[in-house]
Design a binder for this molecule. Structure first.
Ligand SMILES: [Zn+2]
Length: 623
């Protein structure tokens, strides 16, 4: 069955009222990536007791789930998600004091979803306690040896639960529809510090026994833990940065505007509701640029460019404190509600703190990147409300939810004006605060609070086309930035042989301009011209990860061998999926390149996160 919005033009929301939309909604709220049954029995709160055992690379855990029946059908069991864990016992309690053992069933193993864990319970049970151990390939956990850290003295553990990997380290209802509050007691080796996506005390001494509380209800994919040799640096009254000792000062210097960013976001979208906002700079193997774990963003050290040129990543993760963490996608098909809103908010914060020229340049780079990626995507994957039935949420990780989603909001801004859209967004975050919603619920709210009453503007908004059709509407915003258009012209002149590299007007070029210059070079550039660029600007030695990545990609495309040692260095020093994937994909296009890719990967594989390993395994055909 299709939901209303997919089969009938958007007008159905305008004229058929809420009845149809709600009927369709149950289907839209189905989460194909979880076995859980929150419509009958729902987990409301979690108490965790975790022993982090570095020598065995195992978390020995105990979890107490406070549950609530949400339907009248008292025969319905509690159904949880689990993957690869060793479940030792399940106990039930009516009063949260006395527990008794109860039988449980583990379902068939699915390589993506894991297993269901079903517990049949008497009607009155309010708590379930599970003792368990994480398995040897728990996808959310990366155990780093001292050699894989910046300081090389202590081991490090971090989790990455998004999208459906919380179930690999905690048995729970692993669906973003289910929000929980949590507490945790975490035991670690004495000389290491533990941090969570919860209350973190900047003055915390190292004791090896840490307690946390998260009072706001969050989806399971936002539960996070990091354990390592970490130090704190204060930035503002409620902001700071954690990092390994070697990196801490550099990180604090890079992120000096963090407090200002929080203030700018509050001015636009209402109060920051999570108490502190800290950033944890991760070891280099972290597979993403950043992860918006509430109160404690995890950030890749590849954003430490030394000149604040990559701090838009912090604006992005901070924005998730409204879009994503406060109002969350109900299923992974609604992922654009998290990311499209966040990219839009990120650019507004960048504009407020660093000026319009920079925000415009980033928006233009974003649209170009989306166009390049969409050219290779099947039509069905160019849709904001993507169909992920029978697929993994990772399949939806393209520029589409991010950049197309942001363009949609930019389009609404163009139709309704900035003031009205800002008021709408503020109201939206308030209305759905601490809720998880579907695309259809968003569309209904949009209709009621922005579209209704002005048919001419509503027609121009083209909501149905934006949400449910592939590609971009013909009148989609096309952000331009004069600074980038200038370097594009320079790239064409250089490629046509009209200018020498040394005569290019690079004096005040920002990293965004360099990036656009490199992207704008044609595919048939000769190796001599590549050498000319490298001799003039030492691009192979660039300390900006984005510029270096683009240069290395060009080098592989053009067979520019002097850059290959740096290519190998870059692929073994960091494990960010965004950089690994295109570089390996480009290398395997030729037999010699494939051999080089395999030689590098043989060394690098052990240093990568399981998510990056899965990606690169598939590209190089690892057996
Ligand atoms: Zn994001």
């Amino acid at each position: 069955m299709h939901s209303c919005a997919r089969t009938i033009p958007f007008a159905c929301f305008l004229f058929l009222g809420t009845h149809v939309a709600q009927g369709a909604d149950e289907e839209a709220r189905r989460d194909f990536h979880s076995y859980a049954n929150p419509e009958h029995v729902r987990v409301r709160h979690i108490d965790l007791y975790l022993d982090v055992l570095f020598d065995k690379q195992v978390i020995q855990g105990e979890v107490v789930l406070a549950i609530e029946r949400t339907s009248a059908d008292a025969k319905q069991p509690l159904v949880l998600d689990t993957r690869g864990q060793n479940i030792e016992s399940v106990e039930e309690s009516q009063d949260g004091q006395e527990y008794k053992k109860t039988p449980f069933d583990l379902g068939k193993v699915d390589p993506v979803l894991g297993q269901s864990l079903t517990v049949r319970l008497p009607e009155k049970v309010r708590s379930v306690r599970i003792k368990y151990k994480t398995g040897p390939r728990a996808a959310a956990l990366q155990w780093l040896t001292p050699a894989q850290t910046a300081d090389k003295k202590y081991p490090f553990l971090f989790t990455q639960s998004q999208a459906i990997d919380a179930r690999s380290w905690i048995p729970l209802q692993d669906s973003p529809r289910v929000r929980v509050t949590y507490t945790a007691r975490v035991r670690t080796p004495k000389d290491l510090l533990a941090l969570m996506s919860a209350s973190n005390d900047p003055a915390q001494k190292r004791t090896g026994d840490y307690r946390f509380e998260m009072k706001q209800a969050i989806p399971s994919y936002l539960i996070a833990l990091a354990v390592g040799d970490l130090e704190f640096r204060k930035i503002g009254p409620r902001t700071g940065v954690y990092a390994e000792p070697k990196v801490a000062d550099r990180a604090a210097k890079e992120f000096t505007e963090l407090e200002e960013m929080v203030r700018a976001a509050e001015k636009l979208y209402g109060p920051y509701r999570w108490d502190r906002y800290d950033v944890l700079v991760m070891p280099p193997s972290f597979p993403f640029g950043g992860m918006e774990n509430p109160r404690l963003t995890f950030a890749s050290p590849t954003v430490l460019a030394g000149d604040k040129s990559l701090v838009s990543l912090l604006a992005h993760e901070l924005s998730h404190s409204w879009s994503g963490n406060l109002v969350s996608n109900a299923t992974w098909s609604d992922f654009w509600l998290n990311e499209g809103f966040t990219v839009y908010l990120e650019r507004r914060i960048m504009e407020a703190v660093y000026g319009k020229a920079r925000a415009d340049a980033e928006a233009m780079l974003g649209r170009r990147s989306l166009e390049r990626e969409m050219a290779d995507l099947p039509k069905s994957d160019q849709v904001l409300h993507i169909d992920l039935k029978g697929r993994t949420p990772v399949d939806g990780l393209t520029d589409v939810p991010y950049e197309k989603g942001a363009l949609f909001l930019r389009h609404l801004e163009a139709v309704y004006g900035r003031e009205r859209l800002d008021a709408f967004l503020k109201g939206y975050f308030n209305h759905f605060a601490f809720k998880s919603i579907t695309t259809a619920e968003f569309a209904e709210y949009l209709n009621d609070h922005l579209l209704k009453g002005d048919a001419e503007k509503a027609a121009r908004a083209k909501v149905e086309e934006w949400l449910y059709k592939p590609g971009l509407p013909s009148d989609a915003p096309n952000p331009t930035a004069a600074a980038l258009e200038r370097v594009q012209a320079s790239a064409h002149e250089f490629a046509a042989g009209k200018v020498k590299a040394t005569d290019l007007p690079v004096k005040d070029w920002t990293p965004q301009q360099w990036l656009h210059f490199l992207i704008s070079l044609p595919a048939d550039l000769t190796k001599d011209r590549m050498r000319e660029l490298d001799d003039a600007f030492a691009l192979t030695k660039s300390g900006n990860s984005e510029v270096l990545f683009q240069w290395l990609l060009l080098s592989v495309q053009h067979g520019f061998e002097p850059a290959y040692p740096r290519l190998e260095g870059f692929l073994t020093e960091q494990g960010r999926r965004k950089f690994l994937k295109p570089l390996y994909e480009e290398m395997v296009k030729t037999p010699a390149g494939k051999e080089r890719a395999l030689a590098i990967y043989r060394k690098a594989r052990v240093t990568y996160h399981p998510l990056s390993v899965d990606t690169v395994d598939a590209i190089v055909g690892w057996k």
